[in-house]
Design a protein around this ligand. Structure first.
Ligand code: HEM
Length: 214
């Protein structure tokens, strides 16, 4: 208890962190490079048969978990910015959100192109009849709208409505976690851990959410 108080005091007495715009741009560039390079390397490995086990399952797992990691990292930005008085961190949130949507779209591509090999009727049937896929599709639809409206020209036109719309990322994250939990036959603790983490991070914004739903 004493240690927690000491930590709180030292955080409260911390001076706000400010860095140059160049470092923020470097942070953004790093997110671009890591996200694109990682996805490309794994996809090329799959195409050249260098992945262990079933490559389609591997790609689905990689892109699905990747989407959740990116969403959770984007949810972590605000509490970190507040705790460390480092407001500029918020500028990295949109880039993380964009890649969460890109990974989720790749996940859908793997499902359509490799798992079901463009059998459109079967794809439609799976989306309608399998609840965990319906939920995944809902999450992806939200992320796609957020991706399109992240274009600077659209964002500028939307004004204050942009932030309201982008609060839907919380719902997309929860739906993504439920989709994961629903898709597993055993090992439910891994998806549960993701769901609990997402709920904790979202609950940190309860004041903001209360205002929206008032
Ligand atoms: C934001 C959207 C989504 C997220 C965050 C997400 C996340 C995940 C995760 C984490 C897994 C499990 C990976 C593992 O077992 O290690 C998974 C599996 C899967 N997802 Fe998604 N997903 C999304 C959308 C979709 C969509 C739109 C589809 C198809 C229309 C889909 C189809 C599948 C399939 C077929 C599996 C494999 C299930 C199995 O192993 O039997 N997902 N997804």
């Amino acid at each position: 208890m004493q240690t927690v108080k000491k930590m709180q005091n030292s955080l409260n007495s911390m001076r706000p962190i400010r860095i140059s715009k160049g470092w923020i741009n470097a942070g953004r560039a790093l997110i671009h490079i890591i996200s694109i390079a990682w996805l490309s390397v794994v996809y090329l490995d799959a195409l050249s048969g260098e992945l262990p086990g079933d490559p389609v399952q591997y790609l689905l797992d990689f892109s699905g978990i990747g989407t959740l990691h990116l969403l959770i990292m984007s949810l972590l930005i605000s509490p970190m910015a507040q705790t460390f008085k480092f407001g500029q961190l918020v500028r990295l949130r949109k880039t993380l959100g964009v890649y969460a949507a890109v990974y989720a779209l790749f996940h859908l591509y793997v499902f359509i192109a490799y798992e079901l090999q463009y059998e459109w009727l079967l794809i439609a049937e799976e989306i309608i009849k399998r609840p965990y896929i319906t939920v995944g599709m809902l999450a992806l639809s939200i992320l796609s709208v957020l991706l399109i409206t992240s274009l600077q020209a659209i964002k500028a036109r939307m004004g204050t409505a942009w932030q309201k719309l982008h609060n839907w990322v919380y719902l997309a994250t929860i739906l993504g976690c439920i989709h994961f939990l629903w898709s597993v036959k055993s090992n439910w603790y891994e998806p549960t851990a993701y769901l609990i983490t997402a709920l904790i991070l979202i609950s940190l914004r309860r004041k903001k959410l209360q205002k929206i739903f008032k």
